[in-house]
Design a protein around this ligand. Structure first.
Ligand SMILES: C[S@@+](CC[C@H](N)C(=O)[O-])C[C@H]1O[C@@H](n2cnc3c(N)ncnc32)[C@H](O)[C@@H]1O
Length: 402
C-alpha cells in the first residue's frame, strides 16, 4: 500500500495542535510500507542527522525498529459527511482540513483502527452530526484513540463541539458491545474555533477517564490531554539511553524539564538523590504526581510551570543542579531556558529532541556558552515518516575526540 505519509496523523505538534499551513500543496512524497523501504528510510535519516549534527560530535547509528509497523499508540480520526449522506473517517491531508479516507493504516495500532471503523458506522446509525468548521454547525469534531502497549488498556476520546451529546450512554453501550476491550470512554468538549484538537473539559462516559501503561518497569497513568510518546517500544530504548548518558550515582539533583506525566524523571529517580520535574500542562502534572505515588517514589517533586520561567527562578535562587534532562516540543527550547541552564551550570545536560533542526539551534547556543556535545544518538520513533528523535549528551567538562 502506498500512502502519502505527510498526510498521516504525525502532522500534529506534540501538544496536539495541528500544523498550520493552509495554503501548502499536498506533499507528493509517498512511502511503501515494506522492510526494504524501511531500511532505505533509516539510511536517509542517518545521512540527514549526520549532515545536521556531526559538526557537534560524531553521530551514532540510528536505532531502528525490528518490526516498524502498527506502532502508533495515539490515533486521531477525522470525519466527513459525503453528499450522499455517508460518513467517512480518515486523517487530514497535510496543511489542509481535507479528510482522506483511511483504513488499515500500517503504522497505527490495529485495535484503534478497528474501533474507528466501527465508531464511523455508529455515527451513521445514531445519526450524529459531523462538525463543520466553516459553518460551526454539528457535534462530532474528532475521535482520539490512545492505546497502552504493555497493559492493553484503551481510551476512546470523542471530541464534541457542544457539551450536549444526545444518547451518549446508548452510544457508549453500543460501542462497548462491539469492542469490550475498551477500558474508558471520555467526551472532550471543545467549543472553540481553534486548531487545537482537545478542549479543556472532559466528561467520563465509561470507565476511569484515563489509562495506565508500563514503561521501563514503572507504571504510568495517562489522562486525555497529557503527552505520551507515541511509540512505546522505541521510547523504552530512548529513555534507557538518556539515563545511561546521565550516568547517575544516587548523589545528583536532577531536573526533568518538559516532563509530561513524569516518565523520564520517574524512571531515573532510583539512581538520583533528588528529581525535580517541570511541565506547562497542569493535567499532565496531576498525572505525574499520581504516577510518583503509584510507583512509591519519594525523591521526586513536580511543578506546573513554564520550563523557562522555572529555570530562571532556580538560577535566581542559586540552586545546585547536577544533571538536566530536557525534552521540549518540536519547536525546541527558549533562550530564557538555555541561559538559565548556563547559569545553573549542571555538569551534564541530556537533550532529547523530536525536532533535529531546533536541536541544532539550541546546541549551538549551549556550545557557544561553555558546553560540549559528547554523544548523539538518533532513534527512529516515527517509522515511515520524515521525523527523527535524537538524544544528545552535553557536558561542561572538556573532552578531546580522538
Ligand atoms: C516532547 S514532550 C515530552 C514529555 C515527556 N518528557 C515524555 O517523554 O513523555 C514535550 C512536553 O513539553 C511540554 N511543554 C510545552 N511547552 C512547555 C513549556 N514552555 N514549559 C514546560 N513544558 C512545556 C508539553 O506539554 C509536553 O508535555
Amino acid at each position: 500500500m502506498k500512502e502519502n505519509i505527510k498526510g498521516r496523523p504525525g502532522n500534529r505538534k506534540p501538544d496536539g495542535r495541528k500544523v498550520q499551513s493552509p495554503n501548502k500543496k499536498p506533499n507528493p512524497v509517498a512511502y511503501e510500507y515494506t522492510d526494504e523501504e524501511y531500511r532505505r528510510l533509516l539510511v536517509k535519516k542517518q545521512t540527514e542527522m549526520e549532515k545536521l549534527l556531526s559538526g557537534f560530535a560524531p553521530v551514532d547509528p540510528i536505532v531502528g525498529m525490528e518490526n516498524p509497523y502498527y506502532y502508533r499508540n495515539k490515533v486521531c480520526a477525522e470525519f466527513r459527511k459525503l453528499k450522499n449522506g455517508t460518513i467517512i473517517s480518515g486523517r487530514y491531508q497535510e496543511g489542509t482540513h481535507n479528510v482522506i479516507e483511511t483504513k488499515g493504516c500500517k503504522i497505527e495500532d490495529q485495535r484503534a483502527d478497528a474501533i474507528i471503523q466501527d465508531i464511523t458506522g455508529l455515527f451513521r446509525s445514531f445519526k450524529m452530526m459531523i462538525y463543520n468548521e466553516d459553518s460551526g454547525y454539528g457535534l462530532i469534531r474528532h475521535v482520539l484513540i490512545r492505546t497502552a502497549h504493555q497493559t492493553g488498556q484503551i481510551m476512546v476520546i470523542i471530541v464534541t463541539a457542544s457539551p450536549v451529546f444526545p444518547s451518549k450512554k446508548n452510544f457508549a453501550n453500543a460501542l462497548l458491545k462491539l469492542h469490550p476491550e475498551i477500558t474508558t470512554i471520555v467526551q472532550n468538549i471543545n467549543t472553540k474555533d481553534t486548531n487545537m484538537v482537545l478542549g479543556d473539559r472532559n466528561q467520563v462516559i465509561y470507565g476511569k477517564g484515563y489509562i495506565e501503561d508500563v514503561l521501563c518497569g514503572k507504571r504510568f497513568r495517562l489522562s486525555p490531554g497529557s503527552f505520551y510518546q507515541i511509540n512505546s517500544v522505541q521510547t523504552e530504548k530512548l529513555y534507557n539511553k538518556a539515563i545511561k548518558y546521565a550516568d547517575l550515582k544516587k548523589k545528583e539533583t536532577v531536573i526533568d524539564a518538559y516532563c509530561g506525566i513524569g516518565t523520564i524523571g520517574i524512571v531515573a529517580s532510583d539512581r538520583a538523590k533528588r528529581v525535580i520535574g517541570v511541565e506547562l500542562n497542569a493535567e499532565a502534572i496531576r498525572d505525574a504526581k499520581i504516577n510518583s505515588r503509584m510507583n512509591k517514589i519519594e525523591n521526586i517533586e513536580f511543578y506546573a510551570n513554564d520550563a523557562g520561567r522555572f529555570m530562571v527562578e532556580l538560577a535566581d535562587a542559586d540552586e545546585h543542579i547536577d544533571v538536566v534532562f530536557m525534552d521540549p516540543p518540536r519547536s525546541g527550547s527558549t533562550e530564557e531556558f538555555l541561559s538559565s541552564v548556563v547559569t545553573l551550570s549542571p555538569r551534564k545536560v541530556v537533550y532529547i529532541s523530536c525536532g533535529p533542526d531546533t536541536l541544532a539551534r539550541d546546541l549551538k547556543y549551549l556550545t557557544t556558552h561553555g558546553y560540549q556535545v559528547l554523544k548523539i544518538t538518533p532513534f527512529d520513533l516515527f517509522p515511515f515518516t520524515e521525523h527523527t528523535e535524537v538524544v544528545t549528551l552535553l557536558t561542561r567538562d572538556r573532552v578531546i575526540f580522538k
